[in-house]
Write a protein that binds this ligand. Sequence first.
Ligand code: GLY
Length: 312
Amino acid sequence: MKRSRPILLIHGGAGRRAITVAQAACVESALAEGHRLLIAGAPALGVVEEAIRRLEESGLFNAGRGSNRQLDGVRRMDASIMEGRELRAGAVASIERIIHPVTAARLVMEKTAHVLLVGQSATRFADYFGLERVPRAKRTAEPQPKDLRPRAGVSRTLRLHQAIMNTGRLRAKSLGKETVGAVALDLSGTVAAGASTGGVDVMLPGRVGDTPLIGCGVYADNEAGAVSMTGLGESIIRVAVAKEITDWLATGLSPVAAANRVLRKVVERVHGDAGVLVLSPDGRFTIRHSTPHMVAGAIGPDGRPIVRGRFA
Ligand code: GLY
């Protein structure tokens, strides 16, 4: 059987902020460990999950421990994971208090006949499987963003959201600390993709972005490739970016050309912003973004991690 050259790409979000030393170190160690696992024969799905768990755990990104709060002061997180051999996928949306939503997404994929669980039912599902929770003390000790209205009702949060929307701040504010994700190709030639997020900065309670929507925030198909997204979820959803990119890969377009083409559509057609990891089953890959910065990295040809805060 022909063996593929293992590839792993990880992102810590596309946005306005430059990469920090701590973020670069976190992505680099996740890449090194994930690549070691792939070389040893680990499946792409588990390597993607493990890489995302490290970033969720770190508190350095808008995912897991570092997740944003919605306008009522509650953290509601989204995550998804997909493998490309049988097109199996799992996702959670608006899950609360769980450090590793990506693992909850994998459990949805492996333990149920469904693809997506939401809200309190998703949280209870994760609790049933004993997934680790954010300790209560840590949740309340943190400084709160000044726009946040703890326990605010619909009328107050909607007024605040609309006021921010009208001043045009939503897009700018929505590009701070960002979503995390990964794509991988394993020795057997299977690709996988995943992503995890605390959403955007100024969101109504119950808002869900692209991350848990298969075909928007992630997609993986051994016959086309794997994609993991970051950026403004509303614009990514409207273009169904991940599936559109893999559809272009399936026509023979290169990862760079497919990514550039669809990112241009996000900017020109829906005035959004996004960043993307694209991996084709033959091992070609690219990292592209329309935002000023994107925290991401890959294992280079010499087997060493390359992590940067900007890509061409
Ligand atoms: N891309 C993450 C979100 O918009 O929720």
